[in-house]
Design a protein around this ligand. Structure first.
Ligand code: IPE
Ligand code: IPE
Ligand code: MG
Length: 264
């Protein structure tokens, strides 16, 4: 069934939504700020960790959907540097869940020839978590077709400051030229070599970036939805992608379709 801009998507099935997607203009890189696990749990009178658990089910379904759609790079914000301010018990449970997730998904990363690529201040993670994160990253490092990037103990500002410090070291050591351009600077970020996100999704109704990928989202399309992360599933991915495909990514140029006579 064709969709018209005035129609709401509510009455459409997942198959309808899928058939509306233009396979040629899907994003290459989607980033997600998975937010709202705690609120999902408290709405049900459950402890916050129940929201994180349900959130993991959503992560699997969402990653699966991107895989089936052929979107090659997906980035998830799993734990921010600021999240260390949470109670110790919640942090410990989040780390346990992360380990469970990695143990369960390890095989899938291999089967799908997907590189698991962690970014962030990984040395701040508990030793057992670090070991597993590094192990899965190492054993999948040779896959080039697909990447799942996971931001752990990540902060966008500290990433930029770290990059700057390493650049200074290289300049002082004579390994980099004294004048730096954007292309060179990018090589010092943890995302070096990967394209910037085309689309950034944040769930739970918060319209902020929370220190995520500050450099990389300079021209990313932002999509905010009220859906809480544990409820964000295949259908929600399709809705976000359809919304993205309606946008005119001008990058500062004139809108598409403006005829040359009308330009001045
Ligand atoms: C997102 O859900 C998960 C992490 C930040 C680890 P929250 O735990 O932030 O859930 P809310 O925002 O309190 O509902
Ligand atoms: C952002 O969510 C971080 C992650 C999703 C990992 P938060 O819930 O921590 O962000 P704030 O506190 O609302 O900015
Ligand atoms: Mg939150």
């Amino acid at each position: 069934m064709p969709l018209h801009s005035t129609q709401s998507f509510a009455e459409f099935t997942e198959d309808d939504l899928f058939s509306q997607l233009d396979q040629e203009t899907l994003p290459r890189h989607v980033a997600m700020i998975m937010d709202g696990n705690g609120r999902w749990a408290s709405q049900r009178g459950l402890p916050r960790i129940a929201g994180h658990r349900e959130g993991l089910i959503a992560v699997r379904e969402v990653l699966n959907t991107y895989y089936l759609l052929g979107i090659p790079i997906v980035t998830v914000y799993a734990f921010s540097q600021e999240n260390w301010k949470r109670p110790q018990a919640e942090i410990a449970l989040l780390m346990t869940l992360l380990q469970e997730f990695l143990l369960q998904e390890r095989q899938t990363f291999h089967e799908r020839k997907t590189r698991f690529f962690p970014i962030g201040l990984l040395h701040e993670l508990p030793a057992s978590t670090q070991d597993l994160v590094h192990a899965v990253a190492q054993e999948t490092a040779h896959f080039t077709e697909r990447t799942v990037m996971i931001a752990l103990s990540y902060g966008g500002r500290s990433e930029i400051v770290d990059a700057t410090n390493r650049l200074i070291d290289d300049i002082q050591g004579g390994r980099a030229s004294k004048r730096v351009d954007e292309v060179q600077f990018e090589q010092y970020l943890s995302t070096a070599g990967l394209p910037d996100p085309d689309l950034l999704i944040r769930t739970s109704g918060e319209a902020r970036i929370s220190n995520f990928l500050l450099w990389q989202i300079a021209y990313t399309e932002l999509y905010f939805t009220n859906t809480l992360w544990p409820d964000f599933r295949r259908r929600d991915v399709l809705l976000a992608l359809l919304d993205y495909q309606k946008r005119d990514r001008r990058f500062g140029r004139l809108p598409h379709g403006v005829s040359p006579q009308n330009r001045l």
